[in-house]
Design a protein around this ligand. Structure first.
Ligand code: AMP
Length: 396
């Protein structure tokens, strides 16, 4: 694979796939720019050497059509500020004028294309869409670590149109180096902490993590599906009914594989999804009617933190509760502090995933962990030893 630092981009037009899937507030202002900052080295390298940068990204989970809250136009100001130059936004990038605009621009120009996922062919991995995109440039750089595990048009299929004119960016290089070093020196016990809203995206990951971890902690919204599968009354808590059998299987599998699966034992519940709702604490197996669990309780915190503090390697993806609201931040915060303490005592801690990174930043812990990855899913897939389509497409 070519190293980006050996390539001179003078007079070249580089299509750079980045991961600008950043959190925005209700006013559509970027609240955490880490992922944009992460891609700056690559963009600057291209434009400083006299090339043009055409940036491709996705934002959020639109359903294959335009939705203004997911438009990348919301990112233009932040990107321009960070690059200290004007960024040209191209909404209709497949029209002829877009190619002309890029071709006729000055060296050093930066273009940002509209959200790739507004086109349903992106997630379908449609080759003809990838070919249309490829016409916009003559080099392809994948610096989207967070989407390397996706086989989408702009993350993997597109690479086929660039023969030997493709490489990964500085961010992907750095991420891969860090992950390789964890895999080489995995000290035990290894603990994975998995949280967040949904099981569906993380089922396969949980299963494969069983092969590398001693402890697997499950918190956040996804824990309630496990509790329901085990016969608990979770009232209005988040649940994925179609995943209950799978959750049960995962509990059995943990036993068979000698993995210590730690589920929450108590829950902080709210009467509605709001910081100011009625709040109570309960056993997680008997959440009062009309309430939903939004955070893990104190007993669960103690259970989880005890395991974390004994660990030598910690992998964390996904918050323990609705950490964005102060009423439900406690579980994520305490778990974060335990990870920081374990790190201080010599453990290696790897944190990945947009929400986990936002959480540790919120609690001022980003410098107290060993490595913060910009990608959650990609990080876990790589640790599982799975091929990442975005990477394979470059290595071809
Ligand atoms: P994910 O994208 O699956 O990692 O989910 C992250 C989101 O899960 C965060 O925005 C949290 O607010 C949310 N979350 C965590 N715990 C819960 C819960 N118990 N109920 C609802 N949402 C939750």
């Amino acid at each position: 694979m070519k190293k980006i630092s050996n390539i001179n981009f003078s007079d070249k037009i580089a299509l750079i796939r980045v991961d600008f899937n950043v959190p925005l507030n209700n006013d559509l202002i970027v609240t955490d720019n880490s992922r944009i900052v992460g891609a700056l080295d690559t963009i600057n390298y291209v434009i400083k050497s006299g090339g043009k940068a055409v940036i491709l990204s996705h934002l959020g989970r639109p359903k294959g059509t335009f939705e203004s809250r997911f438009s990348l136009i919301n990112i233009v100001d932040e990107l321009s500020k960070l690059l200290k130059q004007k960024v040209v936004f191209l909404q209709n990038y497949l029209e002829t004028f877009a190619v002309e605009k890029i071709n006729n621009s000055n060296p050093g120009s930066v273009f940002l294309l509209e959200n790739m996922r507004f086109n349903k062919n992106e997630k379908l991995g449609c080759v003809s869409f990838a070919k249309d995109l490829a016409r916009l440039g003559n080099w392809y750089i994948n610096d989207a670590f967070g989407t390397l595990h996706r086989d989408h048009a702009s993350t993997s299929k597109i690479a086929a149109f660039f023969n030997n004119k493709k490489c990964v960016g500085f961010l992907v290089e750095k991420e891969l180096l860090a992950l390789k070093s964890v895999m080489k020196n995995t000290n035990r016990p290894v603990t994975a902490i998995i949280g967040g809203a949904k099981i569906s995206g993380k089922i396969d990951v949980i299963r494969s993590l069983y092969n590398i971890v001693d402890n697997l902690i499950i918190g956040g919204g996804m824990a309630y599906s496990f509790i329901k599968a085990l016969g608990g009354e979770i009232s209005n808590s988040l649940v994925e009914e179609d995943k209950l059998n799978l959750a049960k299987e995962l509990v059995l599998e943990a036993n068979n594989k000698n993995v210590n699966l730690l589920l929450p034992i108590d829950s902080v519940n709210g009467s509605e999804f709001s910081n100011d709702c009625l709040i109570n604490n309960s056993d997680i197996y008997s959440i009062p009617k009309e309430f939903a669990g939004f955070d893990i309780g104190e007993k669960s915190i103690q259970l989880f933190c005890a395991a974390i503090l004994k660990s030598k390697t910690i992998i964390w993806n996904g918050p323990m509760g609705v950490f964005e609201m102060s009423s439900f931040e406690n579980g994520t915060k305490k778990v974060g502090f335990a990870v920081a303490e374990a790190t201080k005592n010599g453990a290696f801690s790897l944190i990945g995933g947009g929400d986990s990174v936002a959480a540790i930043k919120k609690f001022g812990l980003n410098n107290s962990v060993s490595y913060v990855s910009t990608g959650g899913g990609a990080m876990l897939k790589y640790l599982e030893g799975k091929n990442l389509p975005g990477l394979c497409a470059i290595e071809d």
